[in-house]
Design a protein around this ligand. Structure first.
Ligand code: HEC
Length: 105
């Protein structure tokens, strides 16, 4: 699945601000904050955006501009579409591959 320019910009911002220090995708990353793989499906874009815009007592406010928030939401939407974590509906094939039913790959 190709990444859109907006989502790619969000990916850059995610790296620059070191979000991975506290957050995980597919269980990988720091453990201070929640896993963000499916935050868009589970909580919605507006909710994720509000967190990123304001921060909380536990999460820093990065003073992100509107355009940066849009890009981060686009990136989280992109990641959300790559699969489900923790995995559901998986099947181990006889040739040793673990396939996920709603996995687009
Ligand atoms: C210092 C650790 C830390 C960093 C760095 C950090 N976060 Fe967070 N984040 C948290 C914590 C902790 C929470 C849960 C906060 C709470 O419930 O008060 C959170 C919550 C969130 C949520 C809501 C998730 C949910 O399921 O409720 C989103 C979205 C999010 N962060 C995105 C980001 C992004 C994007 C970045 C980088 C720009 C980032 N965070 C950087 C600690 C961090």
């Amino acid at each position: 699945m190709p990444i859109s320019p907006a989502a790619d910009r969000g990916r850059q911002l995610y790296q620059e601000h070191n979000c991975v220090a506290c957050h995980q995708f597919y269980g990988l990353g720091g453990y201070m904050g929640p896993d963000l793989t499916n935050v868009i499906s589970n909580r919605g874009a507006a909710y994720a955006r509000a967190f990123m815009a304001a921060g909380t007592q536990a999460m820093p406010n990065f003073n992100l501009r509107d355009e940066e928030l849009d890009a981060l939401v686009a990136y989280l939407e992109f990641v959300d579409k790559t699969g489900t974590y923790p995995p559901e509906n998986f099947e181990v094939k006889w040739y040793g591959v673990v396939a996920q039913e709603d996995d687009p790959r």
